[in-house]
Design a protein around this ligand. Structure first.
Ligand SMILES: [Zn+2]
Length: 366
């Protein structure tokens, strides 16, 4: 049993584990509480639990005990006492990650299994600017084992308002080189591949995708770049997460190939939209004609980077289903951080969606 506590209130047990959830179990006979006491010791299998519980409750059958354990496991209150630990040196580094994953662990999947999944993952990050620098540091902290970073820019003083991956001494150097050096200094166990080039079409993205688990993009230019990334990722069956920022708003969305609508579906939905929405879409299409001034400040870039890293964590571990698949999630800071959710429909005639290879079902998603 996980580290939890409970209190009896009349015929019920109030269980405290995740403070954001309340679990109340009916227990008029006291059998559940007796089972809890045995489970807490973490030393018995189902057969022994049933045998010892029968000493005080002779009517309880082994099948009932098995059902109770299944029910408690589905509430994520149990974990397997016999599980493979992480190697020495990783337990301390990932201490908080393991504590986080313990909330979602079950008898079949330990907190260590979640962490191992991250260590075995390969994420491609397009752009090491405002979004990328926050995302990369978060992925390194999560322990994503392999990173491929693409960017063509060099570090400039104007980056420092939001790109905290870099330092003054990095001015003039290629961002990918300095990003790799910083990430490896932070975590020498990572594998970081750098690609110093622009994205000029799907062919610049496709070679990065074999054996990638996920792509993250913060590249804004040229205007067609999202279509190119979408096309390459769908053809390879690799999910991707996109984040972007406006002066007081951030938006992020993701595409789960074959499971969610894709960006081309969104463009088509936009073109077919009714008048009220069309006004908004025309305004959006006019936006690229404005001067390309990045007005993103540190808090804005850090927040969208963190939201994108969290979506990445959902894809990589399946601790929860993706929250932004086929939907724009917009956070407005001027009003204090209110979030709006704008799903778009899947286009049955979408050529990009039709190119998706068959993919196995995701593991561990509730
Ligand atoms: Zn599509």
């Amino acid at each position: 049993m996980k580290e939890l506590t409970w209190q009896r209130v009349a015929d019920e047990l109030v269980v405290a584990f995740d403070p954001s959830e309340q679990i109340v179990l009916a227990d008029p006979s006291g059998q559940v509480e007796a089972l809890f006491r045995l489970l807490r010791e973490g030393t018995r299998d189902t057969v022994r639990l049933a045998g010892e519980l029968a000493e005080d409750y002779p009517d309880v059958t082994a099948t009932e005990v098995e059902s109770a354990i299944e029910a408690l496991d589905s509430l994520r209150l149990l974990e397997n006492a016999e599980r493979e630990p992480l190697p020495d040196g990783q337990v301390e580094r990932y201490f908080s990650n393991l504590a986080f994953f313990e909330t979602f662990a079950s008898l079949d999947r330990s907190a260590e299994d979640f962490q191992r999944r991250l260590l075995d993952s390969h994420v491609v990050v397009l752009g090491a600017g405002g979004l990328g620098s926050t995302v990369l540091l978060n992925l390194a902290g999560l322990g994503v084992g392999r990173l491929t970073v693409l960017d063509h820019d060099r570090v400039e003083p104007r980056n420092f308002a939001r790109q905290f991956l870099y330092s003054d001494a990095d001015i003039g150097s290629l961002k990918v080189e300095r990003a790799a050096a910083r990430l490896l200094a932070f975590h020498p166990g990572l594998r970081v591949r750098t690609v110093a080039r622009r994205v000029t079409g799907p062919a610049d993205v496709a070679p990065l995708l074999p054996d990638a688990d996920l792509l993250i993009t913060g590249v804004d230019r040229p205007d067609e770049v999202d279509v190119w990334v979408n096309e390459a990722c769908l053809a390879a069956g690799v999910p991707y997460v996109r984040g972007g920022m406006l002066p007081t708003r951030v938006v992020y969305w993701s595409v789960d190939p074959g499971r969610s609508a894709c960006y081309s579906c969104a463009l088509r939905a936009d073109a077919l939209a009714t008048d009220g929405v069309r006004t908004a879409s025309v305004a959006r299409r006019l936006a690229p004609q404005l001067p390309a001034v990045n007005r993103g400040i540190g808090p804005v870039a850090s927040l969208v980077g963190s939201l994108v890293a969290m979506e990445a964590l959902r894809y990589l571990t399946g601790f929860a289903a993706p929250a932004a698949a086929g939907r724009f999630r917009v956070v407005d800071f001027r009003a204090g951080g209110t979030e709006t959710d704008q799903p778009w429909p899947r286009d049955p005639d979408c050529a990009a969606c039709a190119a998706v290879p068959t993919r196995p079902a995701p593991a561990g998603v509730d």
